[in-house]
Design a binder for this molecule. Structure first.
Ligand code: 13P
Ligand code: SF4
Length: 326
């Protein structure tokens, strides 16, 4: 394990002494080192509270370009930190746990996509941001769940498109844009698990509640939703809508920000349909802890690095996305 290696090399202490005020120390280190902590809405509430900026994957990519900090600490998953490095190579990009991957990104390997592309000449490739730099380098444009619909609609109606890797988001986009994009067979281990039966039960128990779902959910869940959107879109819908109760089909970390923005409203997280765990947490996002964040800032480790040719190739489709998202 990488962590064991750091300990052996003396990069970090195995445990942070109990008397360290983690939040205060994290803020002190940020100031001392001109560092900013970026956190996704799916991380633990304590991480979101200590971060300089909390956002969805599009906002986290946009901030990487704009900030004047010397160090970016990405409390999210690896592809998010990699996107920061692609956009800001001059900055030191850190991630509290290098094992924070993404099952969706894993479901599309660059070699497999390269082969699929050669089997489908004449197709444009649109890739979700939840992909590795090597996959992004093979694509024409990157999308996030916030801008996917608008970006797909920016292509001519008869454009031949491969959409990777999330088949649920791709199916949703095909439905709302009336397209027939070829869909990669990938999915997220959290969003694919939400229980349709539970949503039906909650709708019966809370008849005035609205169902909010992330487009990575299966079509059966999306069919029951009053609103489908990215994490940022779901948050702003909950804030603006007149309903007081919401059934939430996305990673439960988002409830922290929902509750903060709408203290008088009730949010009911949908549990998964199978497995021994009744939770709906992304195991990768939850690898981010205050202790690891503190050690990462203190030792400036682990660092996210990228081969320069790969970085340049992966940057093009991200920049295209950012230009279309202004
Ligand atoms: P957002 O783009 O909505 O932040 O989603 C990222 C993600 O990983 C969803 O599982
Ligand atoms: Fe990846 Fe799913 Fe976790 Fe999002 S929730 S980071 S798609 S594994």
């Amino acid at each position: 394990m990488i962590k064991q290696e750091w300990i052996e090399k003396g990069y970090i202490d195995e445990t942070v002494p109990g008397d360290v005020d983690l939040k205060a120390e994290i803020r002190r280190l940020c100031k001392e080192k001109n560092a900013v902590v970026l956190a996704h809405y799916y991380t633990d509430g304590a991480i979101q509270d200590v971060a300089d900026f909390v956002g969805d994957s599009l906002a986290l990519a946009q901030i990487a370009e704009k900030t004047t900090a010397d160090i970016l600490v990405m409390c999210g998953v690896h592809f998010m930190a990699e996107t920061n490095k692609i956009l800001s190579p001059e900055k030191k990009v850190l991630i509290p746990d290098l094992n924070a991957g993404c099952s969706l990104a894993e479901s599309c390997q660059a070699d497999d996509l390269a082969k699929y592309k050669t089997e489908h000449p004449g197709y444009k490739v649109v890739a979700y941001v939840n992909t590795s730099a090597a996959v992004k380098a093979l694509t024409d444009i990157v999308v996030t769940s916030t801008n996917a619909r608008a970006i797909v609609e920016s292509f001519p109606k008869d454009e031949k498109i491969i959409f990777a890797p999330d088949k649920n988001l791709g199916g949703y986009l095909n439905a709302v844009t009336n397209r027939r994009m070829l869909l990669w067979n990938g999915g997220c281990h959290v969003h694919e698990q939400f229980s349709i039966e539970k949503i039906v039960e909650f709708k019966r128990d809370y008849p005035s509640a609205k169902v909010l779902a992330h487009p990575e959910c299966k079509s059966g869940v999306l069919a029951l939703a009053d609103f489908v959107g990215s994490t940022a879109a779901i948050l702003s819908y909950a804030e603006k809508d007149e309903a007081n109760e919401f059934i939430v089909a996305t990673e439960s970390g988002i409830l922290h920000e929902m509750q903060k923005r709408c203290p008088g409203k009730r949010f009911i997280p949908v549990p998964p349909s199978t497995g021994p765990c009744a939770c709906n947490e992304c195991s990768y996002m939850r690898l981010n802890t205050l202790e690891k964040l503190y050690n990462t800032l203190k030792y400036e480790w682990p660092v996210v690095e990228l081969d320069e040719d790969l970085r340049v190739a992966a940057k093009k489709p991200i920049v295209r996305m950012l230009e279309l998202s202004k």
